[in-house]
Design a protein around this ligand. Sequence first.
Ligand code: C5P
Length: 401
Amino acid sequence: MLQGKRIVLGVTGGVAAYKAAVLTRLLLAAGAEVQVALSEAAAGFVSPMTFQALSGKPIMTRLEDARVDNGMPHITLSRAADALLIAPATAHFLARAAQGLADDLLTALALARACPLLVAPAMNRQMWEHPATRRNVAQLRADGVTVLGPCSGLQACGEEGEGRMLEPEMLVKALVAFFAPKVLAGEKLLLTAGPTFEAIDPVRGLTNLSSGRMGFALAEAAANAGASVTLIAGPVAQPTPFGVERIDVVSAREMRVAVLERVAEADVFVSVAAVADYRPAQAAGRKIKKDAEGLPMLELLPNPDILAEVAALPQPPFCVGFAAESENLETYAQAKRRRKKLPLIVGNLIQDGFGGVSNRVILFDDAGAHPLPFADKATLARQIVDNIAQRLARNQGKEPA
Ligand code: C5P
């Protein structure tokens, strides 16, 4: 996800410095090249040797360093970098960076950099809320610095509140989002994902094996591409993607209401959910007993077709459907696309991807079939997002971004 990206990771002296070691590993695992620079205070929290062993590179801690050809790491390091990430960034660092001070390696790096600066603040909640810190953060934002977090929770000092550094996994996701081309900037996307659950009684129901992975991956890719994304999710165990608004629903009818409430603002509707086709005519209010009441008879009613209803609106958003089939993919998917009046449908064979982490999909439109190579769902999501962006640009008479 960060293949070939060169990251200078600056670590300042806060307790969260220990998490920067995990962050180093995750950045490397994501394909980035990582050069670590520590403030002298950070080197008191975590040994430079830890970072050297993890990153495989000598660690810089001082303004003058004979290991760099010109002796000036604050210049050299950022010249070859795609981003300078300071994590954790203490209140003291933010204050000095906001002032343009350059009294140690990390502040000098920030001032002399030739690449974007991202900071992940970490401090006690009172320090974060202090008007001085608020001013400094506002100044940094005004200067074009990207501020990642902080989040809320239990702090090392024992207090609870906002000021915790984002977890290393979230910081990696934030970096991926930062680098993604903003092909959907300004667009509003509404998505559905996961299965629906149609209650039979309070503990039983009709559902399916959709994992929600494809829909969640698409929501994440769209948010990374600059769209404002609302994801309406059936019952799934997926974490909410970075920067995505999530609304949880259970049944198809709840999903329909959630979609119709928001669709007027949407530029694009991507219907990934495996909506149950039928629901029990009546859900029992109490658990149906196995023995006493004999074999239960289930009367079924058809569920509303949410996608077809949205596509039939007088001014529909750009609608994208999904079709999972066991056979005759092209025939069935194209028939579905025409019946529901969709410009685009993404088809796959159930045996290739349903419930799994990878998939083989084919995009079907008026011009025919456009297969994408077999890939993990995050990769497919980025390609589908790019494809949707190109279609939107064509519809709006613009050159694709
Ligand atoms: O008709 P079928 O279920 O095969 O169509 C699949 C597409 O229609 C998917 O995009 C799915 O999200 C959407 N759909 C829907 N409401 C339904 C059934 C399917 O939005 N009740």
